[in-house]
Design a binder for this molecule. Structure first.
Ligand SMILES: [Zn+2]
Length: 154
């Protein structure tokens, strides 16, 4: 976007705090942004099967390196995924809602309109690629972030 959006703060001077949450695998979220806190589900983060299982469920094929957590291929997939999750949550901090498009970092496979979300969809708009496994921003993500800036959200 040509703009530095986030700066690393200090313990006494910050607007967002990144925190672990230990809630067990029953939680239906791996990252969450709420009340100026960015939460990462530590149980999912520590589970070597979590990213491969999520990949398999989304793409219906085995994640490269899935069987070998010590391989560089697995490690790259793991890093891409968790950076993408954190980027998604930082997107929420800028005022971005979810998108039904899998190529967007703000993708969610379904959403129900309500106080937190404007639109309802029950099925992902898939084009064969998932931003969460590539850690990539789409043009739509960038344009939506520019819009929230123009609207004065940040
Ligand atoms: Zn989200």
């Amino acid at each position: 976007m040509g703009t530095k959006v986030f700066n690393l703060g200090t313990k006494s001077h910050k607007t967002i705090t990144v925190k672990w949450k230990y809630n067990g695998a029953s939680e239906e979220w791996d990252g969450m942004y709420q009340d100026n806190s960015l939460w990462i589900n530590k149980d999912d983060f520590d589970n070597v099967n979590y990213v491969p299982d999520t990949y398999q469920a989304a793409l219906n094929k085995e994640m490269p390196g899935a069987g070998n957590p010590n391989s560089s291929t697995y490690k790259q997939q793991y890093i891409n995924y968790w950076i993408a999750i954190i980027t998604h949550e930082l997107g929420h901090s800028l005022g971005l809602d979810h998108s039904p498009y899998t190529t967007d970092i703000m993708f969610s496979d379904s959403e129900t309109a309500g106080p937190d979300f404007k639109y309802t969809w029950k099925r992902a708009k898939v084009d064969g690629s998932y931003a969460e496994f590539k850690n990539s921003l789409s043009h739509r993500d960038i344009n939506r972030a520019k819009l929230t800036k123009l609207l004065g959200y940040w």
